[in-house]
Design a protein around this ligand. Sequence first.
Ligand SMILES: Nc1ncnc2c1ncn2[C@@H]1O[C@H](COP(=O)(O)OP(=O)(O)O)[C@@H](O)[C@H]1O
Ligand SMILES: [Mg+2]
Length: 401
Amino acid sequence: MSVVRLEHLTKTFPGGTTAVDDLTLTIDDGEFLVLVGPSGCGKSTVLRMIAGLEAVSGGAVSIDDEDVTDWPPKLRDIAMVFQNYALYPHMTVQENMGFALKLRHMDKAEASEKVNDTAGLLGLSTLLDRKPAALSGGQRQRVAMGRALVRRPRVFLLDEPLSNLDAKLRVSMRAELSRLHQRYRITTVYVTHDQVEAMTLGDRIAVLDRGRLQQVGTPDELYREPANRFVAGFMGSPSMNFATVDLGGDAGRVTVRLAGREFEVPAALRRRPGLARYLGSAVVMGLRPAAFAPATSAEVAALRVVPLGVESLGDEKHVLFRPPRAIAAAGDEPGGEDIPVAVDEADDIELWTAKVSQQTAVSIGEPIGLSVDLREAYFFDPVGGEAIPLQRDIAATAIAA
Ligand SMILES: Nc1ncnc2c1ncn2[C@@H]1O[C@H](COP(=O)(O)OP(=O)(O)O)[C@@H](O)[C@H]1O
Ligand SMILES: [Mg+2]
């Protein structure tokens, strides 16, 4: 039973970099929490402070209600696996995995049983006598995890443990990690910059940006109700597309201007609290790539875009095009308003991506019509980037009702 509590955790390095800024987060007993964010956002520093490898500048770490902030690493009963897992090259798999138990003077028979157990679970039973040099990358990573797990730590910390493996191996190791977690239920904090890993592994995900916690929630919550533009753009692949649009209309009708044309915001979104405040002003609208589809003949919400890139992924295609603000509206005169652009002209613009089926006929430079499902639209404050409506707006309305 281990609950890890981080309270106002802060780290400022001597050079003045604040790597972690006032992080408060509880990792529940037996939970698999993924800490995700771009490179340099402070993930490793958080893990190192939990492990006791890095002193805190402020705040506290507690495990099971015991303040361990100033405890040395070895008293915390934490195991950590890094991206560059260093195995002892002169030791066999068996010896590598049993090393921590030997240091603890565990009875030999008991230690060997534990090693064999864990090795079995990790598919390493037939490799126990090999040295690391005679193992594949995936096998070595499994030994590193086995070595950490064998002593059943209170807390398991993993820092981008799969990033050195090839894509296929990463997928199978992800499944293996989930299985291990099901079996042992050790409270785990897993660090990654990869949102796919975060979505597939985490019971909950904590998103970090520049040392600050942006949102904590289940993968589904983060995907469906991102708290701000950063989370919205980070979770999901390809990324959400953003544009600044003018919000028009009145209480009964809300519209957005996109590509010089008005689109009505669907009632379900319009009724959401928060949006009304922005009537008559600019908001940032977000659309996931899947909100687009090839337009059928007479669709209302159709944009005409000029594909600047087409990526075929086998079962789907990604169409890249200039954001609608920079392209002309689909006019009434067929093709009349299109502005074909050269690829190099778009260099400094963040292109939008639409996800369409493999069957869609699309090629670079040939305009196509796309429908936009505005029911799938997200809205963000143009200054602070927080989602409109905020969840607390919803809660407040629910209470008022
Ligand atoms: N020992 C250190 N001294 C000074 N700055 C550091 C040190 N370690 C990390 N940093 C800085 O702190 C920030 C966060 O680093 P890190 O926690 O390693 O990020 P991440 O693991 O998310 O990539 C970065 O700007 C990094 O350069
Ligand atoms: Mg790191």
